[in-house]
Design a protein around this ligand. Structure first.
Ligand code: PBG
Length: 327
């Protein structure tokens, strides 16, 4: 007999594979991003994201009820704002009676235990389609004036019942600025999941279709990160942690597993991966054309985030994955 090491013994059948499995994927790990839109009884398909709809608030509440009953602990809301309400100051972002704030209230009223995560950035409300305020003369994205708007958004969202705020704007200093603003208003129990390492990515394309929020001029490279960098992700993560972030996010997910792993090795905070719209669309498109098995590819991809070290995953596959995992 050959005296060789035989790792295959631990792969012999499904039972032994279950015993030695190093990471788990459960519905506890999933955050479902949802798109909302003004109206009622509305479920408007997003063509670049098969299976995902823009929902009116009544339909949103129904969807949340279903997700919660499937075991999903958290939803992340993104509003498709009517073009006529967009302006250069993103005024609608801080409207206490705006669509977004009403949606948060309705969901929390119906399902107090479902966590509601919000998006803190100007792009859905900005006629410029940027995450920050734009200098009309130079086109520069203005950092410090943007912080004031972000803090107002944070407060109005928190007062509407948000549990977790997600600053996705990548302005410098925003986590600390938002934390201070919340604490001054005694909103001490509202958490911040910072988009710590958010890269300037082409994988956001379908999301920008969903919200019609693509930048009118230029790109987001002066605030979102250069995909060539990983030490810089660590710098952003340290800053956000020191400014009071409760959870750190890496976004996109799949092309940035090394970034997730680097943060995992360097922080004790929980880590989230954002499995973004383009990653969803790739799998959907390939499986619709019969090129891959969509369900298996979905699970493999979601698992890779857990293996890399994320504790939770924002994914448009949340419901589909929950249905498979609950089987
Ligand atoms: C913008 C924001 C974006 C996403 C979440 N928040 C797009 C962008 O930065 O242009 C992308 C999410 C996705 O693609 O699924 N603040």
């Amino acid at each position: 007999m050959l005296n060789i090491s035989r790792p295959r013994r631990n792969r012999k059948n499904e039972s032994i594979r279950r015993l030695v499995r190093e990471t788990q994927l459960t519905t506890n790990d999933l955050i479902a991003p949802l798109f909302l839109k003004e109206g009622s009884n509305l479920k408007e398909p997003i063509l670049t994201m098969p299976g995902i709809n823009r929902l009116s608030v009544d339909e949103l509440v129904k969807e949340c009820r279903e997700l919660y009953s499937l075991g999903i602990p958290c939803v992340a809301l993104f509003p498709a704002i009517e073009e006529k309400l967009k302006d250069q100051k993103a005024s609608e972002a801080t409207n206490p009676n705006g669509l977004y704030q009403r949606a948060i209230k309705e969901v929390k009223n119906a399902l107090p235990d479902l966590l509601v995560m919000t998006d803190v950035a100007l792009d859905p409300y900005s006629s410029d389609g940027h995450d920050g305020l734009v200098d009309p003369k130079t086109g520069e994205i203005l950092n410090d004036p943007t912080l004031e708007v972000l803090a107002k958004m944070a407060i109005v969202q928190s007062r509407s019942g948000a549990d977790i705020l997600g600053p996705s704007d990548m302005m410098d200093g925003r986590v600390g600025f938002i934390r201070d603003a919340l604490d001054e208003e005694n909103l001490i129990n509202v958490a911040i999941m910072s988009y710590a390492a958010k890269y300037a990515s082409s994988f956001y394309g379908p999301f920008r279709d969903a919200l019609n929020s693509a930048p009118k001029l230029g790109d987001k490279k002066t605030y979102q990160m250069d995909y060539a960098n990983v030490r810089e992700a660590l710098r952003e993560a340290y800053l956000d942690e020191s400014e009071g972030a409760d959870i750190l996010m890496v976004k996109p997910g799949l092309p940035y597993l090394d970034v997730i792993k680097t943060l995992r090795d360097n922080t004790t905070l929980p880590i989230a991966a954002y499995n973004v719209s383009g990653e969803y669309a790739m799998i959907k498109a390939a499986s619709e054309r019969g090129m891959i098995d969509g369900e298996k590819a979905m699970l493999e991809m979601l698992w890779s985030f857990k293996r890399a070290g994320s504790d939770m995953i924002l994914t448009y596959f949340a419901k589909e994955a929950a249905l498979v995992l609950n089987k």
